[in-house]
Design a protein around this ligand. Structure first.
Ligand code: ADP
Length: 286
């Protein structure tokens, strides 16, 4: 089985650096702090996916994302990035291989239901309810805490309203709270989808091109909001990102996909834009 390698900007193989430790540490006999390595939030091993009889959308893909890690998936259009996120969300079945999120195998409706609240997903089409207001859409992030009946009746606790308003503020659309989702611009809709994910407070956030259509200032504002949520909640973030600079500067790790295969995985801090672009385009060997 082909195993993708870690490389530095000069193309040398390297080990992953330790990430900031989340979770409980302790002290050794000498009183020095002991760091507990975070466990995997996402594990994929030798995953193959095929739509119908066509060529595999993913082949031999292995991915290990540690809890609290920020990880970007980059690659040309059609390389399997969205499919990879859908597999993790349990929306697309695998033909072969094993997949687990938060230590639970992703292989059926039951697991999907159990994990739904713990895994946030911003799909490319955003999945907003067009006929609901901005505030109502944001509040949908807390359905798993409030329950369906109370939410149908609009009986959200004060704390959830506060969380929704804070999330809308973090993404800069709190002034649009009463507007219907279908009346928003593309960028505003995207910010709403991110707000809803922030309200959900998932352990893993899967985000598919969530910054596209945003201008630079707004994208930076949204990234700051996500950075805050990541730090406060210890959230694991796996994002498909077309902007290679954002991918390598915002994320600890970057995985490059091409034609359904994982080409390599690199440390964001150890690669420059040129080399990452060359890997992306397939003009540099991993
Ligand atoms: P990316 O996100 O990198 O653009 P995708 O995961 O969307 O790539 O697609 C990977 C491959 O799978 C592409 O060849 C695409 O045409 C194909 N594909 C994606 N979704 C479907 C589908 N629902 N039915 C058939 N083929 C699909």
């Amino acid at each position: 089985m082909k195993v993708a390698t870690d490389i530095d900007s000069a193309g040398r193989a390297s080990a992953s650096p330790p990430l900031p430790v989340l979770g409980q540490g302790g002290r050794d006999a000498g009183g020095a702090p002991v760091t507990v390595p975070p466990c995997s939030a996402i594990e994929m091993c030798d995953v193959w996916v095929r739509y119908g009889k066509s060529a595999p959308a993913l082949q031999q893909v292995c991915l290990n994302v540690r809890q609290g890690e920020r990880h970007a998936i980059v690659g040309p259009s059609g390389s399997g990035k969205s499919t990879l996120l859908k597999v993790l969300k349990g929306l697309v079945p695998t033909e072969h291989g094993t997949v687990a999120t938060l230590g639970t195998p992703v292989n059926g409706k039951r697991a999907h239901r159990q994990l739904r609240a713990r895994i946030g997903y911003i799909p490319q089409n955003l999945g907003l309810v067009s006929s609901a207001t901005v505030l109502q859409n944001a509040l949908m992030g807390c359905l798993h805490r409030v329950g369906e009946i109370r939410s149908w009746l609009g009986l959200f606790p004060e704390a959830e309203y506060r969380a929704a308003h804070e999330a809308l503020e973090a993404t800069g659309i709190s002034h649009l709270s009463d507007r219907l989702a279908h009346q928003l611009s593309g960028g505003e809709r995207r910010r709403l989808a991110i707000s809803r994910a922030l309200v959900q407070r998932p352990e893993i956030l899967l985000a598919d091109e969530f910054l596209s259509e945003l201008d630079d200032v707004t994208a930076e504002q949204v990234l700051r909001g996500l950075d805050k949520a990541h730090r406060e909640l210890g959230m694991t973030v796996l994002m498909v990102e077309h902007d290679l600079q954002v991918a390598r500067t915002f994320c600890d790790r970057v995985t490059v996909l091409r034609e359904g295969c994982k080409v390599c995985e690199v440390n964001g801090s150890e690669i420059d834009d040129t080399r990452l672009r060359d890997l992306f385009r397939g003009v540099a060997a991993a």
